[in-house]
Structure formats: structure tokens, C-alpha cells
Design a protein around this ligand. Structure first.
Ligand SMILES: O=C(O)CCC(=O)C(=O)O
Ligand SMILES: [Fe+2]
Length: 297
């Protein structure tokens, strides 16, 4: 594995394709019913975003990135659901910017994958023609009796409070997923909140990166679980409340998430963001010490 010569090198290597255009043709197109479903419910589930061959190829590289804990020195590899200390096995290891690290480590070219091309095409039909790529991340849930749910949250709660977003996440299953091993679950229609809902860190512990919406039981109506075959994907709006259960199977659960955005706008006043302001995570410390300054996608 190549090591990074300086902390900013990986960021400099992160070049979007010209005009943010993918390098090949999409192989799927949404129906008007699917587009309407997303607008009404704030999510959409698709059984075949990519074929099994590509999903397996990405999965083999994904396992290498996670085994190497690539990006740890930049705060881009951490445990989403614990205090993330080096002496403990991570419950839900998360890698930010797999496209950057994958390119260095396994010559992974995100923009050349059907996953990116299809996700981008579908995101454009859901958000609009001006849609651009915002970034990527990946969450692995190892099989374990200590596996934890990813709490109910809105993705926008993690982001820059001085902006308002029209954005979506494409969550790609790199093996079959079900409720048993931690498939995505959504609260239908929850994307229509007038602003980002108040959140807190997991267990109210400021040393944990993961966020949970305050009083989640207030929202738990119309929960839809989305099991998928390998290569299937869900699309969710950045304000749609979502959750995954613990991995109770005997195999790792691997997901790759791509974020796309359209019409990101500066707010007149920043929104409430206390839950991020009070954080004191090891991940942030490592990012600061290494000079990493690209915001998490
Ligand atoms: O994979 C998970 O457990 C959660 C994923 C998630 O929250 C996301 O991709 O936005
Ligand atoms: Fe999320």
C-alpha cells in the first residue's frame, strides 16, 4: 500500500471527472412512478443498481480498505458508534472518502464504476439536472453479539449548519441485506420537516461521532424496511429519518454510500447545531493533527 506523502495529498488526488460527468452510459432509468414515490416518501429502493460481478469486485477492495484501517491517521476511519479507541474492536467502522483511499490503495476508480454512473443518473432524475457528487463513505457492520443499531437520524444533522441542502444518499448493498443483518429502514414522509430536527450524540456521549434524533419514538410511524439483493440500493433524502439494525448474521454487512446534492444554499442564519459543536471525538483530533480539512460527506 502506498502511504500518503503529506496529509493533503489524498485531498489533492480527489479530482472530479470533467464537468462532473461520468465516463460511461447509465444502464437504468427510473419510471415516473418511482420518481413520484421518492418525492412522496423521501426514499426509494431498487433491487439492481449494479450487477453481482461489479458488487463483488468492489466488495473485495472494500474488505482490504477496512482491514488496513486506511485513512485512520486523517480521522477518516473511525468507529461510528463507540468512543473509537485503538484498544477496542470497532462496532461499526466507518470510512469517509473510500474513493480517495481506494484509488491510492487498490487503484479503485469510482467514476469508472457502473455504481457511480447509475447512482448519478438516478440522483439527477430525483433532484434535478444540476445535481453534483458530494462525496462518499462506507459503513461496515461486523457480525458480533455486540453489534449495535445505527440510530434514527437525518444525514443533514451531520453537515455544515450554515447551509441548507437538497441532497440524497445512495446506499449500496455489497451482499444481500435483510432486517437480520442491518438493511436500511426509513420513516416514510419524514423528509418534509421544516428544518433539521434536534439530534444528540449516541448515548449523549460527546466522544461518539454517531448521532440520534431526539425522542425517536415520536416519529416511529410508517417504518419501511428495505431488504435488498447484492448490488441493490436505497436512495434517501438528507432529511429522511433512517436507521439500520444490528448485524445479527454470521457475515459482515458492507454498505457503500454515495451522496449527491443540488441547490445547496447558504442560510441567512445558521441552524441549531449544538450536537456537533460539543463533540470531542478522537476522529476530530486525528483530523486536526494531520491537517485534514475536507468536510465529511
Ligand atoms: O449503514 C448504516 O448503518 C447507516 C447508513 C447511513 O446512515 C447512511 O448511509 O446515511
Ligand atoms: Fe445516514
Amino acid at each position: 500500500m502506498e502511504t500518503l506523502k503529506n496529509p493533503h495529498q489524498a485531498q489533492d488526488d480527489f479530482v472530479l471527472p470533467e464537468n462532473n460527468k461520468p465516463t460511461k452510459e447509465p444502464t437504468i432509468k427510473l419510471t415516473s412512478e418511482q420518481i413520484q414515490f421518492f418525492k412522496t416518501n423521501g426514499f426509494l429502493s431498487i433491487d439492481h443498481l449494479i450487477d453481482e460481478k461489479e458488487a463483488t469486485c468492489i466488495r473485495d477492495q472494500y474488505d482490504k480498505w477496512f482491514a488496513a484501517k486506511v485513512g485512520r491517521e486523517h480521522g477518516n476511519f473511525f468507529d461510528l458508534l463507540s468512543e473509537d479507541t485503538d484498544d477496542k474492536e470497532a462496532v461499526a467502522p466507518q470510512l469517509l472518502w473510500p474513493s480517495i483511499y481506494g484509488k491510492i490503495m487498490t487503484k479503485f476508480d469510482l467514476y469508472d464504476t457502473q455504481m457511480y454512473v447509475n447512482a448519478y443518473e438516478i440522483s439527477k432524475s430525483l433532484l434535478g439536472d444540476e445535481t453534483t457528487f458530494k462525496g462518499d463513505h462506507a459503513i461496515l457492520k461486523p457480525p458480533s453479539v455486540n453489534s449495535l443499531p445505527t440510530p434514527w437520524h437525518q444525514d443533514e444533522a451531520y453537515w455544515d449548519p450554515t447551509f441548507t441542502y437538497e441532497s440524497l444518499g445512495v446506499w449500496v448493498a455489497l451482499q444481500p441485506v435483510s432486517v437480520e443483518n442491518g438493511c436500511m429502514q426509513f420513516i416514510a414522509g419524514s423528509h418534509r420537516t421544516s428544518d433539521v430536527l434536534p439530534h444528540h450524540t449516541q448515548n449523549n456521549n460527546p466522544r461518539i461521532h454517531g448521532l440520534e434524533v431526539d425522542n425517536p419514538s415520536d416519529y416511529q410511524k410508517n417504518i419501511i424496511s428495505c431488504p435488498l439483493p447484492i448490488g441493490g440500493a436505497t436512495f434517501h433524502h438528507c432529511r429522511t429519518l433512517h436507521y439500520t439494525g444490528p448485524n445479527c448474521s454470521n457475515e459482515p454487512r458492507r454498505a457503500y454510500t454515495l451522496q449527491f446534492q443540488c441547490n445547496t444554499k447558504k442560510r441567512d442564519e445558521p441552524r441549531l447545531n449544538t450536537w456537533n459543536e460539543i463533540k470531542t471525538t478522537e476522529r476530530e483530533k486525528r483530523a486536526k493533527e494531520s491537517g485534514w480539512n475536507l468536510r465529511a460527506p
